[in-house]
Design a binder for this molecule. Structure first.
Ligand SMILES: N[C@@H](CCC[C@H](N)C(=O)O)C(=O)O
Length: 294
């Protein structure tokens, strides 16, 4: 029999939770109770919507690295790249640690690669997130430009587009469009995502201003493609729109997956986001067996 050694080499099944924030979907792993060591190939296999579970981002809940934070939070895009921040993921993170009994606190401090964020579960079950301070200097995005500006002309093929750039922990470019339904998200999105002026790639938001307190937004996400919602993208669009004089301090952002409330009192202040977080199901992932040689 050859099965003994094969079985010994098989990786144990991986318990996970599937969640979403307005359709931006996540696979959530609890690394406070089980060891989690995944390669970029493992993440891509799990993210595959036909052969795996399928998700936009993988969220890993870890123990807090210091006494002043409750948990750590690692985020990976569907392409296996690790990223600094995820707004919709932060709301799901709060619901996950609360609903799994990892904490009974409603105010949760979490360490991400981009710094500390504070999550608050409201009485209605929504989650408010203090997303920290936006940054705008080209080197902080990172973005290649000779001097800071509110918008930058960027050449894409024969076309010139006007971009605002914002770092919300992760990099964002924001374009204003007349109508998000006809915006070239599928073509311009990937061209800008990997544009040479963004050395760490970039998330690309297409914003339609309906009123000073209401926008529509579609986001082509770095490492994932267009998603039904992007929390950091919503924050970046509101901050960029306010700096350009188009928006006020309190804005409802209508994403394909639903609305988010974003508030920014202005320069030098933190951005706040409020919205839902939904648990879909719990599952057990069985690692695929190596395909037999043909
Ligand atoms: N969906 C997210 C952002 C996830 C990370 C992003 N794709 C990146 O590479 O920076 C959100 O809700 O903020």
């Amino acid at each position: 029999m050859t099965t003994t050694s094969t079985t010994a080499l098989r990786r144990p099944p991986l318990p996970f939770t599937k969640m979403h924030g307005l359709g931006n979907d996540f696979l959530v792993l609890d690394a406070t109770r089980q060891p989690v060591a995944l390669s970029p190939e493992d993440i891509r296999a799990l993210a595959d919507r036909h052969f795996g579970v399928g998700f936009d981002q993988l969220l890993v809940v870890t123990p807090g690295p210091r006494a002043d934070v409750d948990f750590g939070y690692r985020i990976f895009n569907a392409d296996g790249s690790e990223v600094e921040q995820c707004g919709n993921g932060a709301r799901c993170f709060a619901r996950f640690v609360h609903d799994q009994g990892l904490t009974d606190q409603r105010r949760i401090r979490v360490q991400t690669c981009a710094g500390t964020i504070v999550l608050h579960i409201t009485d209605t079950g929504h989650v408010q997130v203090d997303m920290g301070m936006p940054r705008f200097l080209p080197q902080e995005i990172p973005f290649s430009a000779p001097a800071p500006a509110l918008r930058y002309p960027v050449a894409v093929g024969d076309e010139m587009v006007q971009l605002a750039v914002v770092n919300m922990g992760n990099p964002h470019a924001v374009l204003r469009v007349a109508d998000v339904d006809s915006a070239p998200v599928a073509t311009l999105g990937p061209q800008l995502e990997s544009h040479p002026r963004f050395p760490a790639r970039v998330n690309v938001g297409f914003m339609q201003v309906l009123a000073p307190d209401r926008i529509r937004l579609r986001v082509y996400e770095r490492g994932t493609g267009e998603t039904l919602a992007c929390g950091t993208g919503a924050c970046a669009a509101v901050v960029a729109g306010q700096r350009l004089g188009w928006l006020g301090q309190h804005v409802t952002v209508l994403l394909p997956g639903g609305p988010l409330q974003i508030d920014w009192p202005g320069e030098g202040q933190h951005v706040h986001m409020q919205g839902p977080a939904t648990r879909v199901y719990d599952g057990l992932w069985h690692w695929p067996e190596a395909a037999p040689a043909v």
